[in-house]
Design a binder for this molecule. Sequence first.
Ligand code: ASP
Length: 334
Amino acid sequence: MNIFGVMTTHKFALAVHGGAGTILKESMTPELEIAYKEKLKDALDAGYNVLKSGGSSLDAVEIAVRVMEDSPLFNAGKGAVFTAEGKNEMDASIMNGKTLEAGAVAGVTNIKNPVSAARKVMEKSPHVMMTGKGAEKFAAEQKLELAEPEYFFDSLRWEQWQKIKDSEKIQLDHSEDKGDVKPSFDVEFNPNPDSKFGTVGAVAVDINGNLAAATSTGGMTNKKFGRIGDSPIIGAGCYANNKTCAVSCTGHGEYFIRSIVAYDISAMMEYKNISLQEAADIVVNKKLVDLGGQGTGGVIAIDAHGNIAMPFNSPGMYRGFVKENGEVEVFIYK
Ligand code: ASP
C-alpha cells in the first residue's frame, strides 16, 4: 500500500544464465548460437509468464531453470557432464529472498529436475541441503519425476569425458584452452571448440518485491570422490535476500566457494550501501580475480527495483533478461 492506501506493485524482472567460460564467436556455429539463444528465450518466456500473471519469483526461477535442465544444451539436468566414474551427478539450489529459506540437493543421479528437488527440500523438509541417496529417496517420496541413467546420456558429454577420464584432470565443460586464463591447478579447459556449455541459473523479482534465485549444474567433467561445487552451496553459488539482491553463479566452483560469491555481493550492498552493479563488479572482476579466478566465470544478479547486473570475467556467458514490457534480450559474448 502507498500513503493513499492504494495497492502498489513492484516492477518485476527476470534474468537467466546458461554458463560462462571461454565462449568465443569463432568457435561457435550460427546454428548452435541460435539454438542457445532460443533456449535462453524459452526459459525467460516461461518465467515471464509466471511473473506477469502475478506469480512469485520463486515459481519464476524454478520454471526458468527447469526449461534449461530439460535441454541437452546445458550442463544441468538432461545435459549434465560425466564424473570420473562415468556417471551424472547433479547439484542444485534455490532461495527465497523474503524468508531467507533455502533448499539444495547435491550429488543426485536420478532426479529429472534437481531444482525442483531443491525446492522440495526447502518447503517440505526441516533441512537446507540433502545429498546423494538420501536426497533421491526424499525426491521419490515427494513424487518428483525420476529418470534412468540413459535419460542423462549425451554423446558429446561422453566424448568430453573420454578425453580426460584416465587423467587426474577435471574440466569446466564450457571453456576451451586458450592458454592465458587457466586456473592455477589441475583443471583443464575444454579444447573441443564445439563443446556444449553451461551450468544454469535464474534470478527474479516479482510484483510484490520478493526476490528469488536458483542454480543447477552437472558440475565439472571427470570430477571425483563426491566433489561438490558452488552451485548447491547457499551463499556461494546461490543467494537471495529481499533487503539486497538475488544472485546465481556459474564458473569454476572452487573459486566461487572460497569467495562466497553470491553472499558477498549481497553483504557488500547491505554493509557498504553500494549499488548492485558495483557490488557484483567488485566480486567478479576484483575479488575472484585476486584469488586466481580470472577467466573462470560470472554471475547474474537482480535487486528489488528490477536492476540487473551480469558481470563475468571470462570471454563469454550465456545470459539474458526480461523486464515488465516483455522484451527479451539474450547475449553470449562480452
Ligand atoms: N559452478 C559449477 C561447479 O563448479 C560449474 C559451472 O558453473 O559450470 O560445479
